[in-house]
Design a protein around this ligand. Structure first.
Ligand SMILES: Cc1cc2nc3c(=O)[nH]c(=O)nc-3n(C[C@H](O)[C@H](O)[C@H](O)COP(=O)(O)O)c2cc1C
Length: 238
């Protein structure tokens, strides 16, 4: 696969085959992901790769807490409810996913089932919990560095025929994850990534999320209008 094949082909996978992922493949993916840039090469991340019983215990307790209405206790700070254009994009992807899954807007039972799947990390055979050193908690940079790592992780996984969904739901009850995964006290739980072989028959796996266009996300300063892909200094030199 070329880089473009990976980046353009990757999408979140929320339905997995019940097929174990070999440890050496995960190690290969982590090797690629840890080439991510980080501030001053601090590499503040730790990856806790879970499968089997400990992951199942996390799923079970997450589900239990969710059904009991226990409020989330996530360690990484979330942004309150999204508003405006952010809320609209959140709705757009939910509509795409629900349409694919045949979940009607007012079907509370199916909606609840979908939420619970999320709290079970979509029953993926492996979950990678990403943490960073607590000493860096007060800044914004370690979280940024973890984001770079996770992007590398999902793309490296895709290049090896694996699918992922980055998942806040799985770490929404961080104390559950901390206890069952044995996360050391001096690390902050950032996010988890559910990973496994995609089930091609699972409808939501076909959903391609939309992106804002380049002219919406980027503005160019110092470029010639007539020669949009050359910096001004270069075109002046000709
Ligand atoms: C920080 C973060 C948290 C996410 N949490 C969830 C989640 O809890 N449940 C879920 O189904 N998807 C989750 N996602 C996946 C996003 O919904 C998905 O990346 C986005 O809609 C774009 O779709 P794509 O990954 O298919 O390109 C999360 C993604 C990120 C980056």
């Amino acid at each position: 696969m070329t880089y473009d094949d990976v980046v353009l082909g990757r999408r979140s996978i929320r339905g997995f085959l019940p097929k174990p992922v070999p440890r050496n493949v995960i190690e290969e993916i982590i090797t690629l992901a840890t080439r991510a840039p980080s501030s001053m090469n601090t590499q503040p991340w730790h990856l806790h790769v879970l499968t089997g019983e400990s992951l199942d215990r996390i799923r079970a307790e997450n589900t239990e807490r969710n059904l009991a209405g226990v409020p989330p206790s996530r360690e990484s700070r979330g942004t309150g409810p999204y508003e405006g254009e952010h809320r609209q994009r959140q709705i757009d992807i939910a509509v795409q996913l629900f349409q694919a899954m045949g979940i009607e807007r007012h079907d509370t039972e199916k909606r609840q089932d979908w939420v619970l799947r999320g709290f079970r990390q979509f029953d993926a055979p492996v979950s990678i919990v990403v943490t960073y050193d607590q000493a860096l908690q007060d800044g914004d940079i370690a979280q940024f560095d973890c984001g770079a790592l996770v992007n590398g992780l999902v793309n490296a996984a895709w290049s090896r025929g694996l699918g992922c969904v980055v998942n806040s739901q799985g770490i929404m009850h961080s104390p559950v994850v901390r206890a069952h995964a044995g996360i050391p006290d001096d690390q902050v739980i950032m996010i988890c990534v559910a990973i496994g072989y995609p089930d091609e028959r699972f409808p939501a796996n076909a959903v391609v999320s939309r992106r804002r266009a380049v002219d919406e996300v980027a503005r160019f300063v110092g470029f010639d209008e007539a020669d949009a892909d050359q910096p001004k200094t270069a075109s002046q030199g000709r």
